[in-house]
Design a protein around this ligand. Structure first.
Ligand SMILES: [Zn+2]
Ligand SMILES: [Zn+2]
Length: 132
């Protein structure tokens, strides 16, 4: 049963979380909010059913920043790692940064979203679909 759960953490490991597979989807997001919040050219997100996801350690360190009216971004109040995304647009999902998950996922990234705001200083070599 353990192999069906993936575990993850922030940089300081003050926040640990786990999610039960299967995941719902996996995609690279190039939106400017992800770029700025994560300080990165893109963020690879994994969607989980909200009821299959839980913070196991450090819930008290978890902060939520309202990045738009429907959306909140979760980060560690100790080390600043940006970890999660949730939105009233997808109330039954928790989106988790793949880079913060330590265990193998049950799928590969399936595509790029918000590709119209991608940075021009990183070249991609995959053939995945690129949505505006
Ligand atoms: Zn932390
Ligand atoms: Zn994004």
């Amino acid at each position: 049963m353990d192999e069906k759960i993936v575990h993850g953490a922030c940089l300081c490991e003050g926040i640990k979380f786990e999610a039960q597979l299967p995941s719902l989807w996996c995609a690279h997001c190039h939106c400017t909010q992800c770029q700025r919040f994560h300080g990165a050219p893109l963020v690879t997100w994994v969607g989980f059913a909200a009821d299959r996801f839980r913070v196991t350690v450090g819930e008290h360190s978890l902060r939520w920043y309202a990045s738009s009216a429907p959306a909140q971004r979760g980060y560690c109040g100790e080390c600043g790692s940006s970890l999660f995304f949730r939105s009233t647009k997808w109330p039954d999902e928790m989106h988790v940064s793949l880079a913060n998950i330590k265990d193998p996922l049950d799928r590969e990234p399936e595509g790029h979203v918000f590709y119209d705001s991608h940075v021009n200083w990183l070249q991609l070599a995959d053939n995945l679909p690129r949505k505006a």
